[in-house]
Design a binder for this molecule. Structure first.
Ligand SMILES: CC(C)(COP(=O)(O)OP(=O)(O)OC[C@H]1O[C@@H](n2cnc3c(N)ncnc32)[C@H](O)[C@@H]1OP(=O)(O)O)[C@@H](O)C(=O)NCCC(=O)NCCS
Length: 215
């Protein structure tokens, strides 16, 4: 059975592992250090970050994703291993795509798409972004790198999610238009169940219906 490497040993890593199993791939988890490895109580091979190069000598074709939900940590791991490993995408077989959208996604690396996600068309996706279960992303959105969209969130058409922003479970981002995309700026955090009707400022925390900046 072919394998895929998954950095991380948290719930997000296990969920990425489940996508791998659904694709017929055997996950090999990569723990940061001994303490993370020793608390791992889950079936499947687990190695340390310090063992990755040695492991690649046995299996040079191995590709990796980063199963770490926290955007900043995911970015750090990606940068640390950029010259040492090759990354791939992990897309659950039940995710669905509009015309040409899957081939657009195939140009990316490190993207994780969970079960039931739906992408329509004309969407640009950035490397190392995560789309959780049942997320929808509509036409002409731009999703930058290191974005995390939590389960059940709906991103309407003509939205720009900038690098490192986080959209909480069940949140709705209303549509922008062709000339001006509704923009969630860098590092902004949208709370669960929020309905975003206008731009979110960089690093702001937003919650409620309609969403207001709370921090
Ligand atoms: C919005 C959020 C980021 C705020 O977290 P926080 O910074 O720790 O804020 P606090 O818990 O201190 O709450 C601050 C205030 O916002 C309110 N609040 C928190 N989350 C809220 C939400 N999702 N919707 C509406 N109000 C919310 C709190 O009631 C509190 O109000 P108060 O000051 O009147 O008591 C967080 O609650 C959230 O929604 N995270 C997303 C969770 C999620 O989607 N998880 C998916 C995992 S995959």
């Amino acid at each position: 059975m072919n394998r895929v490497g998954i950095f991380g040993a948290s719930g997000m890593a296990r969920e990425a592992g489940d996508i791998a199993w659904a694709l017929g791939l055997e996950p090999v988890y990569v723990a940061r250090d001994e303490s993370e490895r020793d608390t791992w109580g889950y079936p499947g091979a687990i190695i340390l970050e310090s063992e990755v190069e040695r492991y690649l000598q046995q299996d040079p074709e191995l590709r990796f994703v980063i199963g770490i939900g926290e955007n900043r940590i995911r970015r750090k791991v990606a940068e640390r291993f950029a010259d040492r490993v090759r990354f791939t995408n992990l897309v659950h077989p039940s995710a669905t795509f509009g015309r040409d959208q899957k081939s657009r996604l195939d140009q990316c690396q490190g993207v994780i798409v969970a079960a039931g996600a739906r992408f329509t068309s004309g969407i640009t996706v950035g490397d190392f972004s995560i789309f959780n279960q049942n997320v929808t992303v509509a036409h002409d959105c731009i999703i930058d790198e290191y974005v995390h969209v939590a389960p059940g969130a709906n991103i309407s058409g003509n939205v720009h999610l900038k690098a490192g922003c986080w959209v909480g479970a069940g949140a709705v981002i209303n549509q922008g238009d062709n000339h001006r995309k509704l923009t969630v700026h860098e590092g902004a955090l949208v709370g669960s169940g929020a309905v975003v009707i206008r731009d979110c400022e960089p690093d702001g925390v937003y919650a409620g219906v309609p969403a207001k900046r709370i921090k």
